[in-house]
Design a protein. Sequence first.
Length: 799
Amino acid sequence: MTITEVPERTVLGTRMLRKEDPALLTGEAKYTADLPIPGALHLAVVRSPYAHATIDSVDVSGALAMPGVVAAYSGADLVDLWAAPMPCAWPVTPDMKNPAHYPVAVSRAVYAGDGVAVVLATSATAAVDAAERVQVEYTPHEAVTDLEDALTDRVVIHPELGTNQSYTWPLLIEETPGAVDAAFAAAAYTVKERFVQQRLIPAAMEPRAVAAVPQPFGGDMTLYSATQIPHILKIMTALTLGIPEHQMRVVAPAVGGGFGSKLNVYAEELLCVALARKHKLPVRWTEERSEGSMSTIHGRGQIQHIELAADEQGKLTAMRVRLIGDMGGYLQLVAPGVPLLGAFLYAGVYELPKAYDFSCTSVFTNMVPTDAYRGAGRPEATYAIERSMDSLAAQMGIDPLELRRRNFIATDKYPYEAFTGLVYDSGDHDAAATKAAGMLDYEGLRAKQAAQNVPGARKRLGIGVSTYFEMCGLAPSRVLASLNYSAGGWEAATVRVLPTSKVQVVTGTAPHGQGHETAWSMIVAEKLGVDPADVDVLHSDTAIAPYGLDTYGSRSLPVGGVAIAQACDVVIDKARQIAAHQLEAAPEDLEYVEATFRVKGTPGKEMPLAAVAFEAFTAHNLPDGLEPNLEGHTHYDPPNFSWPFGTHMCAVEIDVETGQVEVLQYVAVDDCGVQVNPLIVDGQVHGGVVQGLAQALFEEAVYDTDGNLQTSTLAEYLVPSAADVPSITTGHTVTPSPTNQLGVKGVGEAGTIGAAPCIINGVVDALSGLGVHDVPMPASPLNVWNAIQAATSNQESNP
Ligand code: MCN
């Protein structure tokens, strides 16, 4: 299907206020920890204070003697509860090394925070107090917290594996053998960079929370969890605990943000279910904020080596990428696949011939396991290419925006088959860059910069530019299969027109802040011509929505939203047959306008959808063979990923004496195809930009060499507050995706992907006159100041 122009819309594209917000803003919405569950036992987890230790003994008797304590268990006490180890659903290579990972460690703790025992008590405070009475004897070992050190196997974390290397995943794409080396040998310019993607600690407003409620008879179990993935969690819980899947129900009540951190199967989820089964009582657990920094996955954690080759014009001719990925102590649900998601995007929005040599080796370390965090692999890739493009421009002495324009994939080449073989659906990079440059007053700022950044200036102005391409809408099941991902990429939707013509939608997506109830209502309203207020969206309960693949990878709209549009088509087709039968006309002679079927050319001969719905319900006079009721159901597996893109620009000012960075202006031009709700899109971009800016300027999980997390509370881990964030100006271009009927692409991660390289490019641009070539993330005052000192002392010693 090709979309050449955007059809006229009435509801889509309007800035409708979010339906979800009144309940969220007034406190009416119920999160997992709010659920009243009479008689529930509370779980507390005893966590290893050591990053790497043998567990010599666990004595729970002290805990058992405490008031309110019902039970206490070591890891060894629980082994019979697990039918399988905790799941990793992305075995990227057949020989990937994956140590057995159980919800409570039995013999070794491999990161500070690893669970080593649990307590069940009648209140949360009793459980936490008693947990402190569990006596664990450890023999500590040397910890590995440096990725390059991990590679050497000097200390092996999982002795049974014999190495810290989990896997090496190569992707060599050459037109002819030796093409990469030949291009580098012939290059007019080469760039060689090393970047560090520091570990980040997700900080969703709602901590994780779990409640497992067994039915008194028959073995049915309901798991309430603050999760992004109720469907995947249901399957994985059933498999890991040996529960028949049809007896597992997972409900995600209101979920207060996840950003990837709730895209997992966690020990506490499995523990609550297993112990609820064992004790035949509900069991619940709510994460404490400081506990969360050691019990919930971390994000990023990569060392990136990137090399570019370019011709005299600066056009890219080849690229080499070597990554070291930090998996932490164990492989979490999709962690091994995160670098792969980036592997296809290192050329960004630029043309690259088939001369690409990528490889990633992922290692175990004695730190909290990492996994997908907003953007998952794609912010990292974008950072590397966009920082490197600035280095290339600096080497060539040309404007970084000009260099990018020379390399853009031209608009008329879309759909564009990239060097990887993936087909990018649509793009207009020049338009996005031109719009961003106009919004920032790029030329004016460059003139101002030349005047301001004179020798001796205390405040230096920098202009940051970043473009990005994103592969999102994780999606075609066959492509995911080729990457060894264990699940598919389809999405399910049901649209029901109830007898009184109100509409019920059942979606397999699991929103946790993205506004799907609003957006899906708008899609239905647009397709069926009904009022969005008359549409109710049901989600995040596997008993109500049995099929679905949940929310991550900016997939919900391009997969789940399109599924809803298709389900509406099924409804309209069926309604057309009923209306045609009633109106004694041929179905093809009916047009459907404003929620009414009309016989073309016969004014007055018409039947509203509401009447059709009632007719479908009574079934008094349906066409022969047609089933009662008006319902459409689809499973949509898209033919391609969706490929949003954009250009971000910023102006930063740096006080060279303190190293303080101030973001003066931030402009984000994002193209996510047709927008369902521009208000939501803007919100997504704002939130995303703040998350990227947070990586660029504030956040870093710092470990000491013994593997102690030094930034375990929000006092040390700097999540930016509203006061730390500049005002963000959003702009958009609209290049519809030709691969789906709505013309949409995802947007949930776009802001994060564009922001970090944009800010750091601005910081380096401000300081390049002082000889600064790079500033590590986060560009804290100390890191900036150190970079300035290193560059200026270097200039003094090599004048
Ligand atoms: N949208 C739109 N028009 C478009 C694209 C999107 O109106 N062309 C709307 C959609 O209808 C949807 C929202 O924007 O309401 C996001 O859609 P989409 O890009 O499909 O992303 P998902 O809904 O799949 O959300 C996942 C994405 C990811 S991967 C992370 S991480 C993230 C994000 O969403 N985590 C979030 N945004 C978040 N927002 C909040 N509040 N909390 C999180 O944890």
